[in-house]
Design a protein around this ligand. Structure first.
Ligand code: NAP
Length: 285
């Protein structure tokens, strides 16, 4: 029997609907959430992501600014733009689209973003707050993963969650958030021995590797919740996850498809973070 789908597109639309209602009320009180997105260079995928963010802002009634800078932009000029945005009152969230050109040090740029406007959740202070369990702006994709698991109605507390992948932007923060929800978490990576023995114990399996269709049914405990973060472009132009959806759905519990699973949640959580940042900066929460 096929597992139920976790429909990220639908969940995302529900959350955006709720955000839109909140924004309408805030605008009446004189507060319009503002997001600045900075894109350096011509990377085609980044251009698509930035256009989608601009559109999401427009649809939800946010103020948005997109700064499209040439590939030759110096680190100094980028840092002065970030500094300007840090001090701009109508901007509550700043996102510098990654990756940056090689001559710019990403860490220097992330560190320069005001912590309270760091809606990507990548600033070391926000990461540190996540580690110690303090309030912080959460990284968008990991926050989306947790939201999708919660929407299945399955209790996370007490479950064994296995996360494959330990990157700073997905695997590590997902593991921390699952621990915060009281799961027992095992992290796997490229050096993990006997990975299948571990993944087959998982009640919740989150996969963020970056290898198309890597996890097949032989990795999965029957009934497990499967969250596929992977986005891999195949030679035929189609998008594939890290999970072999067709085989896994025959044994798993609720499962995210690719596309239409985690992907749509990332921008939605960015919009949510921008609203949170706007309220905090305006003293409303
Ligand atoms: P990444 O930085 O390349 O990290 C990949 C992780 O997977 C590493 O920790 C690596 O282990 C591990 N890994 C690689 N091969 C493995 C193997 N054979 N067995 C076990 N672990 C293995 O990638 P990422 O940025 O986390 O992204 C992961 C995937 O998520 C990509 O497909 C990316 O496109 C996608 N993604 C999607 C969204 C979204 O919005 N849906 C957002 C971000 C990323 P080591 O640490 O040992 O090298």
């Amino acid at each position: 029997m096929s597992a139920p789908l976790i429909n990220g597109k639908q969940v995302s639309e529900e959350i955006r609907g709720a955000l839109k209602g909140q924004v309408e009320l805030l605008v009446k009180q004189g507060l319009t959430p503002g997001l600045a997105v900075v894109l350096v260079g011509e990377d085609p995928a980044s251009q698509v992501y930035v256009r989608n963010k601009e559109k999401a802002c427009h649809d939800l009634g946010y103020y948005s600014e997109v700064h499209r800078l040439p590939d030759s932009t110096s680190q100094e000029d980028l840092l002065s733009l970030v500094d300007k945005l840090n001090h701009q009152d109508n901007i509550h969230g700043i996102l510098v689209q990654l990756p940056l050109p090689k001559h710019i040090e990403e860490k220097a740029v992330i560190d320069a973003i005001a912590v309270e406007k760091d809606v990507d959740g990548f600033h070391p202070v926000n990461v540190g707050n996540l580690v110690i369990g303090d309030d912080s702006l959460l990284p968008c994709t990991p926050a989306g993963v947790i939201e999708l698991i919660k929407r299945t109605g399955i209790e996370i507390a007490g479950k064994h969650a296995v996360v494959i992948g330990r990157s700073n932007i997905v695997g590590k923060p997902v593991s921390l958030l699952l621990q915060r929800e009281h799961a027992t978490v095992t992290m796997c990576h490229s050096r993990t021995a006997n990975m299948k023995e571990l993944t087959k114990q998982a009640d919740i399996l989150v996969v963020a590797i970056g290898r198309a269709n890597f996890v097949d049914a032989s990795y999965v405990k029957p009934g497990a919740v499967i969250i596929d973060v992977g986005m891999n472009r195949l030679d035929n132009g189609k998008l594939a996850g890290d999970v072999d959806f067709e085989s896994v759905k025959e044994v798993s519990g609720p499962i995210t498809p690719v596309p239409g699973g985690v992907g749509p949640m990332t921008i939605t959580m960015l919009m949510q973070n921008t609203l949170i940042a706007a309220k905090r900066l305006s003293g409303l929460v």
